[in-house]
Design a protein. Structure first.
Length: 152
């Protein structure tokens, strides 16, 4: 049985707070820290390497627009970017997307990448969210990005 791609489902547009020609940006429904968002390609591709040149340029513009605003909204001075590509990487949804996680509100990132995942798990256990929290964050981001839903 083939798993349905939630990022190709029109319902994903209920979570959008920023949109370009080729990408949407949503607040993660299972955030690991406040502000955890996803940049998702509109065209169904599995990996970043499948983006065409036009999409790659648009992707860079989205990153350049979204990151500074996310940092400002969440009072962060740092961030993590993450792409899980393929089953062995831990990917759960097989559609290109990048995680953006603003950092600085809970605890600073420990020096050295070797402790990244351990630190993230520790911080994740501190941060708990529910559907009301997710909706509050989505509205906060839509206001900050001056986004009005184009689709329902």
């Amino acid at each position: 049985m083939e798993l349905q791609d939630p990022f190709c489902d029109e319902g994903i547009y209920r979570q959008v707070f920023y949109e370009s020609d080729k990408f949407i940006v949503v607040y993660n429904i299972h955030p690991i820290l406040p502000g955890h968002s996803l940049i998702i390609s509109k065209r169904h591709v599995l990996q970043m390497t499948e983006l065409n040149e036009e999409e790659f340029i648009d992707f860079a513009k989205v990153l350049k627009t979204v990151i500074p605003k996310l940092l400002k909204v969440y009072g962060a001075d740092s961030y993590n970017l993450s792409v899980n590509s393929g089953e062995k990487s831990g990917a759960k949804v097989f559609h290109f997307h990048m995680h953006i996680v603003p950092r600085g509100r809970v605890k600073n990132f420990l020096e050295g990448n070797s402790e990244f995942y351990e630190t993230l798990e520790e911080e994740k256990s501190i941060f708990k969210s529910d559907s009301n929290d997710i909706e509050r964050n989505l509205q906060l981001l839509r206001k900050a990005f001056k986004y009005s839903q184009k689709r329902k």
